[in-house]
Design a protein around this ligand. Structure first.
Ligand code: ADP
Length: 543
């Protein structure tokens, strides 16, 4: 027997129309490329999104068409999210830090019809335009006065909106209609497109709200440093309107001092981003001698948050939520909102718990398997490759049959490429990406564990542990470190510091000092680039 309840499709447009009605005073505050700070409420945003939707249709955009963005976090980018998906088209967010080759590949692969670009990134497009589709229409996201000279024959965003009606009759689409497209940064091979739907996006927003809503009070300011061009800024453009949060959009100013100033001025409650960003902010907090006013919560993910970073935030009464996920997961899989028993643990034990990747959100199942695909127990000891299943996880890749086939196992689970354990309380511990694990003498060494231990040394500002080839042991770990000041401890000193947590054979064979670590397009330490930089390196016992 079927239940007798209405069936309404889950629509992204409903999130914004809801926010405009239920949270009419909450604002989107944006650092603009024009150089000023801009504010608008959700009702004002809805009116502009309606205008944009009319303009898109006027330019022939129809159901399923891809419309691309190449932009910072700001209100116009947010408007594009809702206008494009609202009319049934697909919002294809492009990462401006991709190589020219990758950019050309994905615009052609996605067959974008329109491309909206911030003034900052116009030169990037000018450099590659001869390799992009000839009929692609460019729109610069500014007003007439700020339009840059360009060779793109570009339209002006604000002119597109002018004169359009301020309301729109949002269509009820099939909830499985594609709404967003985001390519993985593709460290190997071509980037692959995760194609989100209205249903997966709304469910993701609800799932995140269910676990993090209690830490994000209505009217609080949330700062997505995580870009809208990367996995929907971890879903915040959908979660924030649902919860009635003020969205504080930092534009392109992502250095510590700029973030500090913005957070202090807007009394940001919760800030979201990858660990490298928080290193800059922590340095500025140290320089200022106090945290930004109102700062109470930070969500860290994208790569493992170093334990020392979590400790530094918690000591200043900023609660750390350590989340794990992937582009292919919309992206949030696990979250760091803690149960009461963890909050009551002694400080050090509580930090240990927060250094793990938290517990799964409802709707995302986790399994770990050994090399033969056998499920491993969730006992905190067994380690295996992590697989996920749920409504917010890709079932394949956009227009890529080969990659789609490899992505899903026989039981319908998606292979994350991460190596992990899960304990009996449901806490996930990511040991490493399978390609970053260091295999020495048939045993594994977690590069994340080595980095965590090294980073707790005051002389180390940042570091990465990578595998170097060794004829006898297969691979040996080497630590590449950025000094915090003038002090450069010797390898033996680091061994003394780290030996509490590691067996002797697990300790790094060498310590190399560098001025900075290379970053990926998504702001994480790029171990691939490091391995390339040190391709000719020889371990000390082989020299
Ligand atoms: P890319 O790294 O190509 O930009 P994603 O942003 O989707 O792609 O990265 C997902 C990967 O990032 C995960 O598979 C995992 O290896 C890593 N990751 C994400 N969050 C965490 C975390 N909290 N701890 C450790 N690793 C993480």
């Amino acid at each position: 027997m079927l239940g007798m309840m209405m069936h309404r499709p889950l629509m992204i447009s409903d999130i914004l129309t809801y926010a405009a009605e239920a949270h009419p005073t909450a604002e989107i505050v944006s650092v603009r490329t024009e150089g000023d700070l801009h504010r608008q409420t959700y009702p004002e945003t809805l009116a502009r999104v309606s205008q944009l939707a009319h303009a898109l249709q006027g330019h022939g955009i129809r159901l399923g068409d891809r419309v691309a963005t190449l932009a910072w976090n700001g209100y116009r980018h947010f408007e594009l999210y809702y206008a494009i998906s609202g009319i049934g088209a697909v919002c294809h967010t492009i990462n401006p830090r991709l190589s020219a080759e990758q950019l050309i590949y994905i615009v052609n692969h996605a067959e974008d019809k329109l491309l909206f670009v911030d003034t900052t990134f116009v030169p990037i497009l000018e450099a590659v335009k001869d390799h992009l589709p000839k009929d692609l229409i460019y729109v610069v996201m500014t007003d007439r006065d700020h339009m840059p000279e360009n060779s793109l024959d570009a339209l002006c965003y604000e002119e597109l909106l002018t004169g359009q009606p301020e309301s729109f009759d949002w269509p009820m689409l099939d909830e499985n209609t594609a709404s967003g497209l985001c390519y993985t940064s593709g460290t190997t091979g071509n980037p692959k497109g995760a194609l989100y739907s209205h249903r997966s996006t709304v469910l993701h927003a609800l799932l995140v709200t269910s676990v993090l809503g209690s830490t994000l009070p209505e009217g609080a300011g949330v700062l997505p440093v995580v870009p809208l061009f990367h996995v929907n800024a971890w879903g915040l453009p959908y979660t924030a309107p649902l919860l009635g949060l003020n969205m504080i959009m930092p534009g392109g100013a992502l250095d510590g001092p700029s973030l500090y100033k913005l957070m202090d001025g807007e009394k940001v409650h919760s800030a979201w981003g990858v660990p490298t960003v928080w290193m800059g902010l922590l340095a500025e907090i140290k320089a200022q001698g106090r945290k930004p006013e109102g700062f109470a919560d930070v969500v860290v993910g994208g790569s493992a948050a170093p334990r020392s970073m979590i400790e530094a935030f918690e000591k200043m009464d900023v609660s750390v939520g350590h989340a794990w996920g992937m582009t292919e997961m919309s992206p949030i899989g696990t979250h760091g909102n803690m149960p009461n028993w963890v909050k009551q643990l002694p400080f050090d034990q509580m930090i240990d718990k927060k250094a793990q990747q938290g517990r799964r959100v409802f709707g995302v199942e986790l399994k770990i398997v050994d090399d033969h695909g056998n499920r491993q127990p969730h006992d905190g000891k067994a380690i295996g490759e992590l697989y996920v299943r749920g409504n917010t996880i890709v079932s394949g890749y956009f227009n890529n049959a080969e990659a789609s086939e490899k992505a899903i196992d026989a039981e319908g689970w998606f292979g994350t490429g991460d190596i992990a354990s899960i304990d009996s309380n449901g806490f996930l511990s990511i040991q490493d990406r399978s390609k970053d694990l260091i295999k020495s003498g048939g045993e594994w060494i977690s590069s994340i564990d080595l980095e965590n231990a090294a980073m707790s040394h005051p002389a180390i500002a940042n570091c990465a542990a990578i595998a170097m080839p060794h004829p006898k042991w297969d691979e040996r770990p080497v630590l590449i470190a950025v000094p915090a000041g003038d002090d450069r401890p010797a390898l033996e000193d680091m061994h003394d510091h780290m030996s509490e947590h590691f067996a002797k054979w697990q300790l790094p064979d060498d310590l190399i000092w560098v001025d900075e670590l290379p970053l990926t397009a998504t702001g994480k330490t790029s171990k691939l680039t490091l391995r390339q930089q040190f391709a000719d390196y020889k371990l000390p016992d082989l020299r």
